[in-house]
Design a protein around this ligand. Structure first.
Ligand code: SAH
Ligand code: SF4
Length: 429
């Protein structure tokens, strides 16, 4: 009988990219991936620990599987959460059979056999060869490609450096070869992933940086679009922005998390830029690429964030006019420096600040989207959705739906935006 694996993924795009790699490894070893948890012999949760809320969700999922061992099945907790808490997880969740950090996924098909026999498997230290696993494209048009792993920036609120270790850039030849192979199998858009892609190459001690990598990837013939995330403002150079402006395959979208508009809080966060420096990057990017879409992450309720600090963030969001933002309420994370700061902000106050920025951004996003009505944009057609509309993305990363022939999938076509409704654009050929 075929062994079946169920995977539940939480968190960021990096975790979803890890999940794709995990699927690939297990399928290569004769397993089948199932959507039906009841028929799975193994259940893996890839955990996110960036915020307390995300972590609570994983543990409540895991605790719902308490009787699984009696049924001869195994439960694995994988990813960031596994790397942070290691074997301590067993104190409160003794029914877990496998604890595995992201660097060890390739060992799991072998180790799972011992787990099925009752052994506890714990694989959590950092591996020297983190990119051994390839992506499974499965006829996709879009694929996420991790180009760095880990992070050395130690923003004071962030657990990622403890969960994913030091910055490690993947060898550029390996990246290019993987993308070439993917483009031969039909992939047309790659999204380069890293906690801070702008630092690509810094650890390799060679004169080759992120802008060079972008240029080289763009030479791959069949590839039509390149996007990337996340960019850290302290490393967003003019060279990167100029490369974006000059290269027609690179999407005109910059996700540039600012976190706060208060210089005092930015310093406490160890972000290494000021609001003035951040603004300069935005101004330069907009001057070079007038149609660029800019998105951001904002954090409210960081320890010691006063009403004045908060209002500075509020005004900054108003000033910048982001296309979209993700707003997070600060939560205390293990090992981080911010966890030791006094003056924590109450949940109620965090919620108030969150709602105020959310409402402000809703108005801004609506205004920006209305400006797109009657504009002509170029769409890379990705798929046909369940209502029969073609779906794709504009060069500046707006999702657009329109009627058309499905043989347009995988090509770039011109459409005119006619309507905007709840986050999506509707257009005609
Ligand atoms: N490497 C990326 C993203 C890291 S995590 C970057 O540097 O931008 C994604 C987002 O989660 C962060 O941008 C931040 O806004 C949020 N985040 C991280 N730690 C958090 C915490 N302790 N509490 C609340 N939000 C947090
Ligand atoms: Fe976390 Fe800062 Fe690294 Fe992003 S850059 S992963 S926020 S430490």
């Amino acid at each position: 009988m075929v062994k079946k694996l169920y995977i539940k993924t939480y968190g960021c795009q990096m975790n979803f990219a890890d999940a794709e790699r995990l699927k690939y490894i297990f399928e290569k070893n004769g397993w089948q991936i199932t959507d039906n948890i009841d028929e799975a012999l193994a259940i893996f949760a890839i955990g996110c620990s960036v915020r307390q809320h995300a972590e609570n969700k994983i543990f409540s999922f895991i605790d719902g599987l308490k009787n699984i061992k009696k049924q001869g099945r195994v439960v694995g907790l994988l990813g960031c959460t596994a790397n942070i808490y290691k074997k301590d997880i067993l104190n409160q969740h003794p029914h877990i059979n496998i604890i595995c950090g992201t660097d060890y996924f390739d060992l799991l098909p072998e180790k799972i056999e011992s787990a099925l026999k009752g052994e506890k498997i714990i694989l959590v230290e950092e591996n020297q060869n983190p990119f051994v696993i390839k992506t499974n494209s499965k006829n996709s048009i879009y694929v996420d490609i991790p180009i760095t792993k880990g992070c050395d920036n130690f923003c004071s609120y962030c657990v990622v450096p403890y969960a994913r270790g030091k910055l490690k850039s993947r060898n550029s030849v390996e990246i290019i070869n993987e993308i070439k192979n993917l483009s031969d199998s039909g992939v047309r858009h790659v999204n380069l992933l890293g906690q801070n892609v702008n630092e690509y190459g810094k650890d390799l001690n060679i004169k080759y940086d992120f802008a060079e990598l972008l240029k080289e990837i763009s030479k791959i013939d069949k590839l039509l679009r390149i996007s990337f995330m996340t960019s850290h403002p302290k490393d967003t150079t003019k060279k990167i922005l100029e490369t974006m402006a000059e290269n027609e395959k690179i999407m005109k979208h910059l996700h540039l998390p600012v976190q706060s508009g208060s210089n005092r809080i930015l310093k406490l966060m160890n972000r290494k830029y000021s609001r003035e420096e951040y603004l300069k990057i935005i101004e330069y990017a907009r001057a070079l690429i007038p149609d660029i879409s800019i998105t951001s992450d904002i954090m409210v309720g960081f320890p010691e964030e006063t009403e004045k600090d908060f209002l500075e963030t509020y005004e900054f969001v108003k000033e910048i006019q982001y296309d979209k933002i993700y707003i997070f309420k600060y939560s205390k994370r293990p090992f981080t420096r911010a966890a030791k700061l006094p003056n924590s902000i109450s949940e109620k106050e965090k919620q108030r600040r969150h709602s105020l920025i959310l409402n402000l951004q809703k108005k801004i996003s609506r205004k920006i989207s209305e400006n797109y009505i009657n504009k002509n944009v170029q769409i890379l057609v990705e798929k046909i959705n369940k209502n029969g509309y073609l779906e794709g993305k504009s060069l500046n990363n707006k999702t657009v739906y329109f009627s058309g022939d499905k043989n347009k999938i995988r090509s770039i076509i011109d459409v005119k935006i006619e309507q905007y409704s709840s986050g999506s654009y509707y257009a005609k050929l």
